[in-house]
Write a protein of this length. Structure first.
Length: 245
């Protein structure tokens, strides 16, 4: 039985399910309330998300208005922004609830790292979204150039937003890579020595993952994902060595 399982074995099934339900409700209420705020501030959020599109289109001397062909597109777009806005704005609470759920399986020495881990999780998540945001204009330019100049490109806002938010979410999640590595080092699943030994295989895996998980598929976005992850890998090894001393 693992150390985490032993720490949880003192809880009954009902207590364990009650804790899961409590943390889920906290997350759901947080996302719902912040989602309502995002719904109300929809025009400002849409303008912010439209900026990379406008930057790409202005570089090609084109307008950046969206093309709506369905009467329900405006409503579905506003609901989508409300949901993802609540999810992203509530990420600190979500990470906190996740780490609070994990901490009963950790030793007292390891529990003191909860707040730093939550803070670093939020910072890296936001950093990943920021990289996606600033590289998305280049992704749009690349995708339009692939289609050729004979195509008249006018984007539906729902399709644009789905691709953009998916890219921001994937970048945010993958930027949690160093946090997960350091956590695994602390609980003894892997050691800094092992990570350093297999660094070549790690770089190959990172390159493949960047190619597979980058929604836009353009080289610049894949590089914008792969390079930071490579740096994070070696930084996590160094942090793991320091924390193990």
């Amino acid at each position: 039985m693992s150390r985490f399982s032993k720490a949880q074995s003192g809880m009954t099934l009902a207590e364990h399910l009650a804790e899961v339900r409590h943390r889920f409700l906290v997350c759901a209420i947080t996302v719902s309330l912040l989602g309502v705020l995002a719904f109300l501030f929809y025009p400002h959020i849409l303008h912010f998300l439209q900026e990379p599109y406008c930057a790409a289109r202005s570089a090609a001397h084109k307008g950046c208005q969206f093309l709506v062909t369905n009467p329900l597109d405006g409503l579905s777009l506003r609901i989508k922004i409300g949901f993802f806005g609540g999810l992203l704005a509530g990420s600190p609470v979500l990470f906190w609830q996740l780490w609070r759920f994990i901490t009963p399986g950790l030793k007292a020495r390891e529990r003191k790292y909860v707040i730093p881990f939550v803070a670093s999780s939020v910072i890296f998540f936001v950093a990943g979204m920021a990289v996606a945001y600033f590289s998305f204009a280049h992704a749009i330019q690349f995708l339009e150039s692939i289609g050729g100049k004979t195509l008249l490109t006018e984007y539906n806002p729902n399709q644009y937003l789905t691709l953009f938010l998916l890219m921001m979410f994937i970048f945010g999640v993958t930027f949690e890579f160093p946090v997960v590595l350091v956590a695994l080092e602390l609980v003894g699943v892997v050691t800094p020595k092992q990570l350093l030994h297999y660094w070549r295989y790690a770089l190959i895996a990172i390159t493949i993952a960047a190619a597979v998980f980058t929604p836009s598929g353009d080289p610049l976005s894949m590089m914008a994902l792969a390079l930071p992850l490579t740096v994070f890998y070696f930084v996590a090894i160094g942090v793991g060595k320091l924390l193990k001393k």
